[in-house]
Design a protein around this ligand. Structure first.
Ligand SMILES: *[C@@H]1O[C@H](CO)[C@@H](O)[C@H](O)[C@H]1NC(C)=O
Ligand SMILES: *[C@@H]1O[C@H](CO)[C@@H](O)[C@H](O)[C@H]1NC(C)=O
Ligand SMILES: *[C@@H]1O[C@H](CO)[C@@H](O)[C@H](O)[C@H]1NC(C)=O
Ligand SMILES: *[C@@H]1O[C@H](CO)[C@@H](O)[C@H](O)[C@H]1NC(C)=O
Ligand SMILES: *[C@@H]1O[C@H](CO)[C@@H](O)[C@H](O)[C@H]1NC(C)=O
Ligand SMILES: *[C@@H]1O[C@H](CO)[C@@H](O)[C@H](O)[C@H]1NC(C)=O
Length: 172
């Protein structure tokens, strides 16, 4: 087998592996985009312009020590209260994984919630991949990652590479 066809086959293999991995790619939703997490922004408009899927990240960018982030329930969101908060962050660059399909509520805990620093996002289940792609993408029917599938994909890759390299005479 010539060197160039080896390269071609290997490149195609890498492309197909990349294609099967892409459906699991998580999106990082930066709250407020380039305006960040600040008072006086309507985050409902921002959230309405995004689609959130399980496994995506939401990230808050703000001046540390000036603002913060609390995950609250609907009462906390409506009333700007942090009682019973599920979590809080204050690094100034907080990444939060949206790992459940539900509505999440985040507010600023220092009073600026009343000036609009509140955001609610509805997280959707992962869309069903095209038929046949589910196992290749490492997805179980519930949408959680199944660790054995990527390993199997790797074995397929290695075997295919060996077949390419040795011309397949020993295996076919
Ligand atoms: C933000 O925009 C939404 C959608 O247009 C609107 O319903 C809501 O009243 C606005 N919120 C504020 C605080 O202006
Ligand atoms: C909605 O998203 C589009 C494309 O990402 C962007 O151009 C637009 O400014 C966004 N609108 C709002 C209100 O954020
Ligand atoms: C909090 O908000 C709820 C609606 O979600 C409302 O019924 C309740 O009266 C509010 N409580 C306070 C203390 O403002
Ligand atoms: C939110 O949490 C507070 C404090 O734990 C609780 O009193 C309230 O009933 C909860 N609201 C909802 C909608 O679950
Ligand atoms: C913030 O979260 C930590 C745990 O991560 C908790 O110990 C602390 O009490 C929380 N702070 C507030 C103000 O709720
Ligand atoms: C979501 O993440 C939190 C904290 O990272 C964890 O405690 C929780 O078990 C996770 N939930 C699911 C459904 O994976």
């Amino acid at each position: 087998m010539s060197c160039s066809s080896t390269h071609l086959i290997f490149s195609l293999l890498l492309l197909s592996v990349a294609a099967t991995l892409s459906p699991t790619q998580a999106t990082d939703h930066i709250v407020g985009a380039n305006r960040g997490w600040n008072p006086g922004i309507n985050y409902t408009l921002w959230a309405n312009n995004q689609t959130f899927y399980v496994g995506d990240l939401i990230s808050f960018r703000y001046t540390k020590n000036q603002y913060n982030v609390f995950e609250v329930n609907q009462t906390g969101y409506d009333n700007c209260t942090t009682e019973g908060a599920v979590g809080n962050w204050s690094s100034g660059k907080d990444f939060i994984t949206l790992n459940e399909s539900k509505r999440y509520y985040f507010i600023c805990g220092n009073g600026q919630c009343y000036n609009g620093m509140k955001v609610s996002v509805l997280v959707h289940p992962l869309p069903s991949p095209p038929p046949g792609a589910a196992s290749a993408a490492g997805l179980s029917p519930t949408g959680s990652a199944a660790p054995e599938f990527p390993q199997r994909g790797f074995v397929v890759l290695v075997v295919s590479f060996a077949v390419t390299w040795f011309g397949g005479g020993w295996i076919m």
